[in-house]
Write a protein that binds this ligand. Structure first.
Ligand code: HEM
Ligand SMILES: N[C@@H](CC(=O)c1ccccc1NC=O)C(=O)O
Length: 274
């Protein structure tokens, strides 16, 4: 801004300010966000705020991951001729960074001792992470569709039930990858065909650089999901040992049974065939 004396003075210049005045707090809906931590314990257990905050942060990142993985899937479904494989790859690279944050975030919750967790743990039953709809949506969208998880959910709202049913219907990231293979003329009708096509891709990276890069990005996503499961179960054993879970499962025994899950077994098998 130029004053009468010709000197430029520091001032807050408004730009693009139209209609209602946006503020930091109103844009980010902070009144709602910061009023969403309600403790169950009474008198309040000191560590329950951390427990709630961590879970809410996870759910926000799950929402972001669903947004990114869905867009990557759609870009891949259009095949190589869609011209957006670079975009899928770009988004999957972001997905990996977020997933690393999710694994590292366990460290924060692990600063809680088992004694401090037990101050409010009994108040949580029958709630449990098992009921995280977005976590299950991510598994389904990635390729691990298992309708039995929907049947085991308790207390789903109608909207949540619909979201899960839709995820069971719609194409997965793996379906989208098969569309990419077909779009470059590689057969992907059966597992054997997919494996043979992947050997072709792996042995001719000059020709198939984009497809190979996407396969590696899927494998990275799979590996990071496995890292989260492994990190979570170790934290669980540190917190509750071999006790059963508030969600009614055997606890760490159940969680360990999920460690071998692979979203893309054919991409892992390929390693033995190269
Ligand atoms: C003190 C910390 C934690 C403990 C002791 C714990 C314990 C457990 C247990 C025992 C289960 C098995 C289900 C049950 O019977 O309850 C479970 C499942 C689960 N938890 Fe946690 N958890 C903790 C923190 C977290 C955090 C921070 C998240 C992040 C969202 C999370 C997400 C999940 C998910 C998604 C499942 C379902 C896993 C599956 O079905 O494969 N948990 N947890
Ligand atoms: N299932 C845990 C409790 C727990 O961690 C939890 C409880 C309510 C909402 C989310 C949770 N997080 C992960 O399971 C337990 O058995 O101690």
């Amino acid at each position: 801004m130029s004053g009468d004396d010709g000197q430029t003075t520091e001032s807050f210049v408004s730009f693009g300010e139209q209609g209602a005045q946006l503020t930091y707090g109103s844009y980010l809906r902070l009144p709602d966000l910061l009023d969403s931590q309600h403790l169950e314990s009474d008198p309040p257990a000191h560590d329950e705020l951390l427990f709630i905050t961590i879970h809410q942060v996870y759910e926000l990142w799950f929402k972001q991951l669903l947004h990114e993985v869905t867009a990557a899937r759609d870009a891949m479904l259009a095949g190589a001729e869609g011209g957006r494989l670079w975009w899928a790859q770009h988004l999957l690279a972001r997905v990996h960074v977020i997933e690393r944050v999710l694994v590292q975030q366990v460290d924060v919750l692990e600063t809680m001792t088992p004694q401090d967790f037990l101050e409010f743990r009994q108040r949580l039953a029958p709630a449990s992470g098992f009921q995280s709809v977005q976590f299950r949506e991510l598994e389904f969208l990635s390729g691990a569709k298992d309708p039995s998880y929907v049947r085991r959910f308790r207390g789903l709202t109608e909207a949540e039930e619909e979201r899960l049913a839709e995820r069971l219907e719609e194409p997965t990231l793996w379906d989208a990858f098969l569309a990419v293979l077909r779009s470059v003329g590689l057969p992907a009708g059966s597992d054997e065909e997919v494996s043979a096509s992947m050997r072709t891709v792996a042995h001719d990276r000059d020709q198939h650089a984009a497809v190979w890069a996407l396969a590696e990005a899927l494998l990275q996503h799979d590996e990071l999901a496995a890292s989260w499961r492994a990190r979570h179960v170790v934290m669980v054993e540190r917190m509750i040992g071999s006790k059963s879970g508030t969600g009614g499962s055997s606890g760490s025994t159940y969680l360990r049974s999920r460690l071998p899950l692979q979203y893309y077994p054919l991409l892992w098998d390929l390693r033995s065939e190269l």
